[in-house]
Design a protein around this ligand. Structure first.
Ligand SMILES: [Zn+2]
Length: 356
């Protein structure tokens, strides 16, 4: 971190978020208990994202953005999917983040796993949903929005879709934001993506990545534990590493503490400096976050060894692009109780849809 006052840092960056997952809390139990990575996706996340509409996307993003800024995270690099509400979804997320005052780099994650509303394995050609997702991305970026080209993962996409996504990213001069080898189902990712990826890509997870790919690796240690996919061991590759939460809030110091514990579990000589460098690395993706100033409840914000063992450090003041979004502990941009209440109502409607 740049040396500001001893209780201040620049704005933190969540390099892989799913703001749409904020309303997953309280969702009805899946029809059968997921027993592995694939069934966690099928029974939880792919049911949830298929039930989203523009209202639930907005309130989910507003709640997620609010929780981000209250954790000192001033930029969220989001990866979104809503196969039944594609058009306008990026605008809804942008509006929610703007209302709260959080910076955002968005992506619509295209996939071929849905074919006329039915889940398809090993797709061989581009689906209508993927085509519409790429159109939504191009529309949003062409109208001035900041985004990357999103792809769910190579194992749910045809080669045709992967190539079209890579082409669009090159044409728009942005990177591709893609889950890579998160679970064993995607272990062919390195082979499938080798001829497409470049340094501008965001490679999320890389737990089962067999060979090096160009791009930045986004490590999400808590999500990897939650899905029981194993340790990603991000230092085994020479790539730049950054941290994400994979949709479990945006408390980047908490994620860094978990990342440190997992690093240390595999190498007892590792120090918190490695993990703090991962936080610092994210400024290459969102350099404007360096203009944000976060004041914290703790006076040793530039000492990784202390931070690694100090839970509950929270911001008192957050200034984003010169605007005080949190002042003396109070959010100034939105009514926190109202956002929570509206998000809750929207969540109830979403969960009812999941039950039916
Ligand atoms: Zn993810």
């Amino acid at each position: 971190m740049t040396l500001l006052a001893s209780n201040q840092t620049e704005g933190l960056v969540c390099s892989h978020h799913h703001l749409y997952s904020s309303l997953a809390r309280g969702m009805p139990a899946p029809p059968s208990v997921p027993t592995n990575f694939r069934t966690i996706l099928e029974n939880i996340w792919w049911r949830l994202d298929a039930a989203l509409d523009l209202d639930s996307i907005y309130w989910s993003a507003a709640l997620g953005a609010l929780e981000a800024v209250r954790s000192g995270c001033t930029t969220t690099i989001d990866h979104h999917e809503s196969p039944m509400a594609i058009e306008g979804s990026l605008d809804a997320i942008a509006r929610a983040c703007d209302d709260v005052g959080v910076r955002h780099v968005l992506a619509y994650g295209v996939t071929d796993r849905w074919n006329d509303g039915v889940l398809t394995d090993s797709p061989t050609r581009m689906s209508d949903g993927a085509r519409r997702g790429l159109v939504e991305t191009e529309r949003y970026i062409s109208s001035g929005g900041r985004a990357m080209v999103g792809v769910h993962a190579s194992f749910t996409c045809s080669d045709e879709t992967l190539e079209a996504a890579a082409d669009l990213a090159r044409r728009l001069a942005v990177g591709v934001h893609i889950h890579v080898a998160e679970g064993p189902d995607d272990k062919l990712a390195a082979q499938r993506l080798a001829h497409l990826a470049d340094d501008s890509w965001l490679l999320v997870h890389c737990v089962y990545l067999s060979d090096e790919l160009p791009g930045t690796i986004v490590h999400n240690p808590r999500s990897n534990m939650n899905n029981a996919v194993g340790y990603a061991h991000p230092t085994r590759f020479p790539n730049r590493v950054v941290l994400g939460t994979d949709g479990i809030g945006a408390d980047m110091f908490e994620e860094a503490r978990i990342a440190y514990a997992r690093l240390r579990e595999h190498d007892v000589t590792a120090t918190p400096d490695t993990v703090w460098q991962w936080l610092e690395n994210s400024y290459a993706l969102a350099p404007e976050s360096r203009n944000d100033v976060v004041s914290w409840t703790y006076d040793h914000m530039h000492e990784p060894w202390r931070l690694a063992f100090t839970p509950g450090v929270t911001p008192t003041d957050v200034v984003i692009d010169g605007r005080a979004v949190i002042k003396e502990g109070r959010v100034t941009t939105v009514d926190v109780d109202e956002v929570r209440a509206k998000a809750f109502e929207s969540g109830v409607r979403l969960h009812k849809k999941l039950e039916s």
